[in-house]
Design a protein around this ligand. Structure first.
Ligand code: ADP
Ligand code: MG
Length: 392
Protein backbone atom coordinates (compact mmCIF):
# COMPACT_ATOMS: atom_id res chain seq x y z
CA UNK A 1 0.00 0.00 0.00
CA UNK A 2 1.18 3.45 -0.83
CA UNK A 3 1.33 4.89 2.62
CA UNK A 4 0.23 3.32 5.85
CA UNK A 5 -1.34 5.44 8.52
CA UNK A 6 -1.29 4.60 12.17
CA UNK A 7 -4.33 3.14 13.89
CA UNK A 8 -5.31 4.29 17.33
CA UNK A 9 -3.23 7.07 18.84
CA UNK A 10 -1.30 5.75 21.84
CA UNK A 11 -3.14 6.42 25.09
CA UNK A 12 0.12 6.26 27.05
CA UNK A 13 1.80 8.97 25.02
CA UNK A 14 -1.24 11.22 25.25
CA UNK A 15 -1.34 10.84 29.05
CA UNK A 16 2.39 11.50 29.29
CA UNK A 17 2.11 14.73 27.31
CA UNK A 18 -0.85 15.80 29.46
CA UNK A 19 1.38 15.51 32.54
CA UNK A 20 4.09 17.62 30.89
CA UNK A 21 1.61 20.30 29.85
CA UNK A 22 -0.56 20.53 32.94
CA UNK A 23 1.69 19.15 35.69
CA UNK A 24 -0.72 16.48 36.94
CA UNK A 25 -2.12 13.08 36.02
CA UNK A 26 -5.17 13.17 33.73
CA UNK A 27 -8.29 11.81 35.39
CA UNK A 28 -8.81 9.58 32.36
CA UNK A 29 -8.09 8.94 28.70
CA UNK A 30 -10.82 8.45 26.07
CA UNK A 31 -10.83 7.51 22.37
CA UNK A 32 -13.32 8.22 19.58
CA UNK A 33 -12.95 7.03 15.97
CA UNK A 34 -13.29 8.56 12.55
CA UNK A 35 -15.69 6.82 10.18
CA UNK A 36 -16.40 5.89 6.61
CA UNK A 37 -19.90 5.71 5.28
CA UNK A 38 -20.62 2.45 3.49
CA UNK A 39 -23.74 3.77 1.78
CA UNK A 40 -26.33 6.52 2.33
CA UNK A 41 -24.70 9.76 1.20
CA UNK A 42 -26.31 13.19 1.53
CA UNK A 43 -29.32 11.51 3.09
CA UNK A 44 -28.67 12.54 6.69
CA UNK A 45 -30.08 16.05 6.28
CA UNK A 46 -33.10 14.59 4.49
CA UNK A 47 -34.19 12.51 7.50
CA UNK A 48 -32.97 9.44 5.59
CA UNK A 49 -30.81 6.37 6.13
CA UNK A 50 -27.06 6.09 6.50
CA UNK A 51 -24.71 3.21 7.18
CA UNK A 52 -21.33 4.23 8.51
CA UNK A 53 -18.78 2.14 10.33
CA UNK A 54 -15.96 3.24 12.61
CA UNK A 55 -12.32 3.28 11.56
CA UNK A 56 -9.48 2.02 13.74
CA UNK A 57 -8.16 5.58 13.56
CA UNK A 58 -9.09 7.62 16.60
CA UNK A 59 -8.84 10.89 18.41
CA UNK A 60 -7.51 10.21 21.90
CA UNK A 61 -7.95 12.74 24.70
CA UNK A 62 -6.48 12.91 28.19
CA UNK A 63 -8.82 15.01 30.30
CA UNK A 64 -9.29 16.29 33.85
CA UNK A 65 -12.23 18.32 35.07
CA UNK A 66 -11.80 21.74 36.63
CA UNK A 67 -14.18 23.55 38.88
CA UNK A 68 -12.91 27.11 38.36
CA UNK A 69 -14.54 27.88 35.01
CA UNK A 70 -11.31 27.50 33.04
CA UNK A 71 -10.99 25.43 29.87
CA UNK A 72 -7.50 24.60 28.64
CA UNK A 73 -6.99 22.97 25.24
CA UNK A 74 -3.99 21.48 23.50
CA UNK A 75 -3.52 19.25 20.44
CA UNK A 76 -0.42 17.21 19.69
CA UNK A 77 -1.16 17.77 16.02
CA UNK A 78 -1.19 21.57 16.04
CA UNK A 79 2.00 23.57 16.59
CA UNK A 80 0.58 25.99 19.12
CA UNK A 81 0.76 26.41 22.90
CA UNK A 82 -2.09 25.61 25.30
CA UNK A 83 -5.17 27.76 24.65
CA UNK A 84 -6.94 28.98 27.79
CA UNK A 85 -10.48 30.36 27.88
CA UNK A 86 -13.23 30.66 30.46
CA UNK A 87 -16.38 28.61 29.97
CA UNK A 88 -18.74 31.57 30.36
CA UNK A 89 -16.95 33.49 27.61
CA UNK A 90 -17.64 30.81 24.95
CA UNK A 91 -19.48 32.45 22.04
CA UNK A 92 -20.76 30.69 18.91
CA UNK A 93 -19.02 31.71 15.69
CA UNK A 94 -16.16 33.57 17.37
CA UNK A 95 -13.44 30.90 17.23
CA UNK A 96 -12.09 30.09 13.76
CA UNK A 97 -9.43 27.64 14.98
CA UNK A 98 -9.42 23.92 15.76
CA UNK A 99 -10.24 24.77 19.38
CA UNK A 100 -13.81 25.60 18.28
CA UNK A 101 -14.58 21.85 18.12
CA UNK A 102 -13.78 20.93 21.74
CA UNK A 103 -14.87 24.35 23.07
CA UNK A 104 -18.11 23.99 21.10
CA UNK A 105 -18.83 20.74 22.91
CA UNK A 106 -18.39 22.44 26.28
CA UNK A 107 -20.64 25.27 25.07
CA UNK A 108 -23.32 22.83 23.84
CA UNK A 109 -23.30 20.86 27.10
CA UNK A 110 -23.66 24.05 29.13
CA UNK A 111 -26.36 25.40 26.81
CA UNK A 112 -28.28 22.15 27.40
CA UNK A 113 -28.14 22.83 31.14
CA UNK A 114 -25.23 20.60 32.17
CA UNK A 115 -23.02 22.18 34.81
CA UNK A 116 -19.66 21.70 33.11
CA UNK A 117 -17.27 24.00 34.95
CA UNK A 118 -14.06 23.58 32.99
CA UNK A 119 -11.46 21.03 31.93
CA UNK A 120 -7.85 20.47 30.99
CA UNK A 121 -7.67 18.66 27.66
CA UNK A 122 -4.80 17.33 25.62
CA UNK A 123 -5.55 15.29 22.52
CA UNK A 124 -3.93 13.60 19.56
CA UNK A 125 -5.58 12.06 16.53
CA UNK A 126 -4.71 9.53 13.84
CA UNK A 127 -7.83 10.37 11.83
CA UNK A 128 -6.58 12.24 8.74
CA UNK A 129 -8.06 15.75 8.87
CA UNK A 130 -10.10 17.02 5.93
CA UNK A 131 -10.12 13.61 4.17
CA UNK A 132 -13.86 13.08 4.56
CA UNK A 133 -13.23 10.63 7.41
CA UNK A 134 -14.71 12.82 10.15
CA UNK A 135 -11.72 13.92 12.12
CA UNK A 136 -13.94 16.73 13.41
CA UNK A 137 -16.60 14.39 14.82
CA UNK A 138 -13.89 12.25 16.44
CA UNK A 139 -12.60 15.36 18.19
CA UNK A 140 -16.06 16.40 19.39
CA UNK A 141 -17.16 12.97 20.53
CA UNK A 142 -13.99 12.18 22.44
CA UNK A 143 -14.38 15.41 24.40
CA UNK A 144 -18.11 14.88 24.94
CA UNK A 145 -17.59 11.34 26.24
CA UNK A 146 -14.80 12.45 28.58
CA UNK A 147 -16.95 15.23 30.05
CA UNK A 148 -19.96 12.90 30.27
CA UNK A 149 -17.89 10.55 32.44
CA UNK A 150 -16.04 13.16 34.48
CA UNK A 151 -19.20 15.14 35.25
CA UNK A 152 -21.33 11.98 35.60
CA UNK A 153 -23.89 13.40 33.16
CA UNK A 154 -25.31 9.98 32.29
CA UNK A 155 -25.91 10.86 28.63
CA UNK A 156 -26.26 8.06 26.08
CA UNK A 157 -24.23 7.83 22.85
CA UNK A 158 -26.97 9.26 20.65
CA UNK A 159 -27.49 12.15 23.07
CA UNK A 160 -23.80 12.98 23.01
CA UNK A 161 -23.93 12.82 19.20
CA UNK A 162 -26.79 15.35 19.15
CA UNK A 163 -24.86 17.74 21.39
CA UNK A 164 -21.74 17.37 19.22
CA UNK A 165 -23.78 18.09 16.11
CA UNK A 166 -25.13 21.21 17.80
CA UNK A 167 -21.56 22.23 18.67
CA UNK A 168 -20.53 21.86 15.02
CA UNK A 169 -23.67 23.47 13.57
CA UNK A 170 -23.89 26.46 15.89
CA UNK A 171 -20.53 26.97 17.60
CA UNK A 172 -18.22 26.00 14.70
CA UNK A 173 -20.77 27.08 12.09
CA UNK A 174 -20.75 23.99 9.83
CA UNK A 175 -24.22 22.78 8.74
CA UNK A 176 -23.45 19.05 9.10
CA UNK A 177 -25.99 16.26 9.64
CA UNK A 178 -26.10 13.78 12.52
CA UNK A 179 -24.29 10.84 10.88
CA UNK A 180 -20.66 11.51 11.75
CA UNK A 181 -21.11 12.12 15.44
CA UNK A 182 -23.47 9.16 15.84
CA UNK A 183 -21.03 6.88 14.03
CA UNK A 184 -18.15 7.96 16.23
CA UNK A 185 -20.23 7.61 19.39
CA UNK A 186 -22.21 4.44 18.67
CA UNK A 187 -20.44 2.11 16.21
CA UNK A 188 -19.38 -1.38 17.26
CA UNK A 189 -16.43 -3.37 16.02
CA UNK A 190 -17.22 -5.85 13.23
CA UNK A 191 -20.43 -4.00 12.42
CA UNK A 192 -21.82 -1.19 10.31
CA UNK A 193 -24.39 1.09 11.93
CA UNK A 194 -27.75 1.32 10.19
CA UNK A 195 -29.09 4.66 11.35
CA UNK A 196 -32.44 6.26 10.70
CA UNK A 197 -31.55 9.94 10.94
CA UNK A 198 -35.19 10.92 11.57
CA UNK A 199 -35.73 9.20 14.90
CA UNK A 200 -32.10 8.15 15.50
CA UNK A 201 -33.12 4.51 15.84
CA UNK A 202 -30.18 2.31 15.02
CA UNK A 203 -29.25 -1.29 14.33
CA UNK A 204 -25.83 -2.92 14.32
CA UNK A 205 -25.38 -4.84 11.07
CA UNK A 206 -22.69 -7.58 11.01
CA UNK A 207 -19.94 -6.45 8.65
CA UNK A 208 -16.88 -8.64 9.05
CA UNK A 209 -15.29 -8.69 5.63
CA UNK A 210 -12.03 -10.42 6.50
CA UNK A 211 -13.91 -13.53 7.60
CA UNK A 212 -15.50 -13.70 4.15
CA UNK A 213 -12.28 -13.18 2.20
CA UNK A 214 -12.89 -9.53 1.36
CA UNK A 215 -11.40 -6.19 2.24
CA UNK A 216 -12.63 -2.63 2.19
CA UNK A 217 -10.06 -0.07 1.13
CA UNK A 218 -10.19 3.65 1.75
CA UNK A 219 -8.55 5.76 -0.93
CA UNK A 220 -7.88 9.26 0.35
CA UNK A 221 -7.44 11.39 -2.78
CA UNK A 222 -5.74 14.07 -0.65
CA UNK A 223 -7.63 16.77 -2.48
CA UNK A 224 -10.32 19.02 -1.09
CA UNK A 225 -11.80 21.29 -3.70
CA UNK A 226 -12.32 24.72 -2.22
CA UNK A 227 -15.91 25.23 -3.34
CA UNK A 228 -17.12 22.23 -1.30
CA UNK A 229 -18.74 24.16 1.56
CA UNK A 230 -20.78 26.44 -0.67
CA UNK A 231 -21.87 23.50 -2.81
CA UNK A 232 -22.91 21.51 0.25
CA UNK A 233 -25.09 24.40 1.37
CA UNK A 234 -26.67 24.62 -2.08
CA UNK A 235 -27.51 20.89 -2.04
CA UNK A 236 -29.18 21.26 1.33
CA UNK A 237 -31.25 24.20 0.17
CA UNK A 238 -32.17 22.34 -3.04
CA UNK A 239 -33.32 19.30 -1.06
CA UNK A 240 -35.44 21.50 1.22
CA UNK A 241 -36.97 23.10 -1.84
CA UNK A 242 -37.78 19.66 -3.25
CA UNK A 243 -39.48 18.60 -0.03
CA UNK A 244 -41.48 21.84 0.07
CA UNK A 245 -42.59 21.51 -3.56
CA UNK A 246 -43.67 17.93 -2.91
CA UNK A 247 -45.45 18.83 0.31
CA UNK A 248 -43.44 16.57 2.63
CA UNK A 249 -41.39 17.31 5.74
CA UNK A 250 -38.27 15.79 4.22
CA UNK A 251 -37.33 13.86 1.08
CA UNK A 252 -37.23 10.71 3.17
CA UNK A 253 -41.03 10.80 3.02
CA UNK A 254 -41.06 10.06 -0.72
CA UNK A 255 -41.26 6.25 -1.03
CA UNK A 256 -39.16 4.72 -3.77
CA UNK A 257 -42.31 3.35 -5.43
CA UNK A 258 -43.61 6.92 -5.78
CA UNK A 259 -40.41 8.43 -7.17
CA UNK A 260 -41.54 8.65 -10.77
CA UNK A 261 -44.77 10.38 -9.81
CA UNK A 262 -42.86 12.81 -7.60
CA UNK A 263 -40.41 13.64 -10.39
CA UNK A 264 -43.33 14.23 -12.71
CA UNK A 265 -44.84 16.68 -10.26
CA UNK A 266 -41.59 18.65 -10.12
CA UNK A 267 -42.07 19.50 -13.78
CA UNK A 268 -39.26 21.60 -15.20
CA UNK A 269 -37.41 22.04 -11.87
CA UNK A 270 -34.55 20.06 -13.40
CA UNK A 271 -31.99 20.62 -10.66
CA UNK A 272 -34.42 19.80 -7.87
CA UNK A 273 -35.51 16.67 -9.77
CA UNK A 274 -31.93 15.42 -9.83
CA UNK A 275 -31.44 16.04 -6.12
CA UNK A 276 -34.72 14.31 -5.26
CA UNK A 277 -33.87 11.33 -7.46
CA UNK A 278 -30.53 10.88 -5.72
CA UNK A 279 -31.90 11.06 -2.20
CA UNK A 280 -34.85 8.73 -2.83
CA UNK A 281 -32.80 6.12 -4.72
CA UNK A 282 -30.00 6.36 -2.15
CA UNK A 283 -32.37 5.60 0.74
CA UNK A 284 -33.57 2.58 -1.26
CA UNK A 285 -29.97 1.46 -1.79
CA UNK A 286 -29.31 1.60 1.95
CA UNK A 287 -32.37 -0.59 2.54
CA UNK A 288 -31.12 -3.13 0.03
CA UNK A 289 -27.58 -3.16 1.43
CA UNK A 290 -28.97 -3.82 4.91
CA UNK A 291 -31.08 -6.70 3.58
CA UNK A 292 -28.15 -8.20 1.68
CA UNK A 293 -25.76 -7.98 4.62
CA UNK A 294 -28.32 -9.44 7.01
CA UNK A 295 -28.87 -12.37 4.65
CA UNK A 296 -25.11 -12.94 4.34
CA UNK A 297 -24.93 -11.95 0.67
CA UNK A 298 -22.12 -9.44 1.15
CA UNK A 299 -20.61 -9.59 -2.34
CA UNK A 300 -23.94 -8.52 -3.83
CA UNK A 301 -23.62 -5.03 -2.31
CA UNK A 302 -20.86 -4.19 -4.81
CA UNK A 303 -23.13 -3.05 -7.67
CA UNK A 304 -25.16 -0.94 -5.22
CA UNK A 305 -22.01 0.92 -4.22
CA UNK A 306 -21.26 1.60 -7.88
CA UNK A 307 -24.84 2.73 -8.53
CA UNK A 308 -24.61 5.04 -5.51
CA UNK A 309 -21.48 6.60 -6.95
CA UNK A 310 -23.12 7.16 -10.33
CA UNK A 311 -26.04 8.86 -8.60
CA UNK A 312 -23.73 11.15 -6.62
CA UNK A 313 -21.76 11.94 -9.76
CA UNK A 314 -24.60 12.49 -12.23
CA UNK A 315 -27.62 13.48 -10.15
CA UNK A 316 -26.27 15.04 -6.98
CA UNK A 317 -23.10 16.27 -8.74
CA UNK A 318 -20.74 16.18 -5.78
CA UNK A 319 -18.02 13.96 -7.21
CA UNK A 320 -14.81 15.16 -8.86
CA UNK A 321 -12.28 13.75 -11.35
CA UNK A 322 -10.11 12.21 -8.63
CA UNK A 323 -13.02 10.32 -7.00
CA UNK A 324 -14.35 9.17 -10.38
CA UNK A 325 -10.90 7.90 -11.30
CA UNK A 326 -10.67 5.79 -8.12
CA UNK A 327 -14.05 4.21 -8.77
CA UNK A 328 -13.56 3.60 -12.51
CA UNK A 329 -10.05 2.23 -12.07
CA UNK A 330 -10.90 0.01 -9.11
CA UNK A 331 -13.92 -1.50 -10.85
CA UNK A 332 -11.95 -2.06 -14.07
CA UNK A 333 -9.23 -3.77 -11.99
CA UNK A 334 -11.72 -6.23 -10.51
CA UNK A 335 -13.19 -4.54 -7.44
CA UNK A 336 -16.61 -5.81 -6.32
CA UNK A 337 -17.76 -2.22 -5.91
CA UNK A 338 -16.54 1.30 -5.19
CA UNK A 339 -17.96 4.72 -4.45
CA UNK A 340 -17.03 8.13 -3.13
CA UNK A 341 -17.76 8.47 0.59
CA UNK A 342 -18.43 11.59 2.61
CA UNK A 343 -19.54 14.94 1.30
CA UNK A 344 -17.61 14.84 -1.98
CA UNK A 345 -15.53 17.33 -4.01
CA UNK A 346 -12.44 15.44 -2.89
CA UNK A 347 -11.88 13.46 0.26
CA UNK A 348 -12.05 9.69 0.11
CA UNK A 349 -13.52 6.80 -1.87
CA UNK A 350 -14.10 3.24 -0.67
CA UNK A 351 -13.35 0.07 -2.61
CA UNK A 352 -14.80 -3.35 -1.81
CA UNK A 353 -12.56 -6.13 -3.09
CA UNK A 354 -11.67 -9.77 -2.79
CA UNK A 355 -8.63 -10.01 -0.50
CA UNK A 356 -6.69 -11.60 -3.34
CA UNK A 357 -7.31 -8.59 -5.62
CA UNK A 358 -6.29 -5.87 -3.18
CA UNK A 359 -2.71 -5.45 -4.39
CA UNK A 360 -3.67 -5.37 -8.07
CA UNK A 361 -6.39 -2.79 -7.45
CA UNK A 362 -4.18 -0.61 -5.26
CA UNK A 363 -1.45 -0.61 -7.88
CA UNK A 364 -3.92 0.19 -10.66
CA UNK A 365 -5.31 3.18 -8.74
CA UNK A 366 -1.85 4.49 -7.94
CA UNK A 367 -0.76 4.17 -11.55
CA UNK A 368 -3.90 5.87 -12.82
CA UNK A 369 -3.32 8.79 -10.45
CA UNK A 370 0.30 9.11 -11.54
CA UNK A 371 -0.72 9.05 -15.21
CA UNK A 372 -3.39 11.70 -14.60
CA UNK A 373 -0.88 13.90 -12.78
CA UNK A 374 -2.88 13.75 -9.52
CA UNK A 375 -1.35 13.69 -6.05
CA UNK A 376 -0.34 10.23 -4.83
CA UNK A 377 -3.41 8.88 -3.03
CA UNK A 378 -3.25 7.35 0.43
CA UNK A 379 -4.68 3.84 0.45
CA UNK A 380 -5.45 1.91 3.61
CA UNK A 381 -7.68 -0.89 4.79
CA UNK A 382 -10.74 0.03 6.82
CA UNK A 383 -11.53 -2.56 9.46
CA UNK A 384 -14.93 -1.92 11.10
CA UNK A 385 -13.88 -0.88 14.59
CA UNK A 386 -15.25 0.17 17.97
CA UNK A 387 -16.99 3.46 18.70
CA UNK A 388 -16.05 5.92 21.42
CA UNK A 389 -14.82 4.46 24.72
CA UNK A 390 -12.72 5.10 27.78
CA UNK A 391 -9.21 3.66 27.34
CA UNK A 392 -7.49 4.57 30.64
P1 ADP B 1 -13.14 16.06 8.41
O1 ADP B 1 -14.06 16.00 9.58
O2 ADP B 1 -13.69 15.45 7.18
O3 ADP B 1 -11.78 15.52 8.72
P2 ADP B 1 -13.50 18.87 8.83
O4 ADP B 1 -13.14 20.05 8.01
O5 ADP B 1 -14.89 18.67 9.23
O6 ADP B 1 -12.92 17.60 8.05
O7 ADP B 1 -12.64 18.88 10.16
C1 ADP B 1 -11.23 19.10 10.09
C2 ADP B 1 -10.84 20.07 11.18
O8 ADP B 1 -10.91 19.42 12.46
C3 ADP B 1 -9.40 20.54 11.07
O9 ADP B 1 -9.27 21.64 10.20
C4 ADP B 1 -9.10 20.93 12.52
O10 ADP B 1 -9.64 22.22 12.81
C5 ADP B 1 -9.89 19.91 13.30
N1 ADP B 1 -9.03 18.79 13.67
C6 ADP B 1 -9.07 17.53 13.21
N2 ADP B 1 -8.13 16.75 13.79
C7 ADP B 1 -7.47 17.56 14.65
C8 ADP B 1 -6.39 17.37 15.56
N3 ADP B 1 -5.76 16.20 15.69
N4 ADP B 1 -5.99 18.43 16.30
C9 ADP B 1 -6.59 19.62 16.17
N5 ADP B 1 -7.59 19.85 15.34
C10 ADP B 1 -8.04 18.86 14.58
MG1 MG C 1 -15.97 16.94 9.65
Amino acid sequence: MSESIAGEAAAGAVGERFRELYGAEPQGVWAAPGRVNLIGEHTDYNDGFVMPFALPHTAVAAVSRRDDGVLRLHSADVAAPVVEVTVDSLTPGADKNWTAYPAGVVWALREAGHAVTGADIHLASTVPAGAGLSSSAALEVVVALALNDLYALGLRGWQLARLCQRAENVYVGAPVGIMDQTASACCESGHALFLDTRDLSQRQIPFDLAAEGMRLLVVDTRVKHSHSEGEYGKRRVGCEKGAALLGVDALRDIPYAELDAALERLGDEEEVRRLVRHVVTEDARVDRVVALLESGDTRAIGPLLVAGHASLRDDFRVSCPELDLVVDTAVAAGALGARMTGGGFGGSAIVLAETTDVDTITKAVEEAFATAGFKTPRVFEAVPSAGARRVA
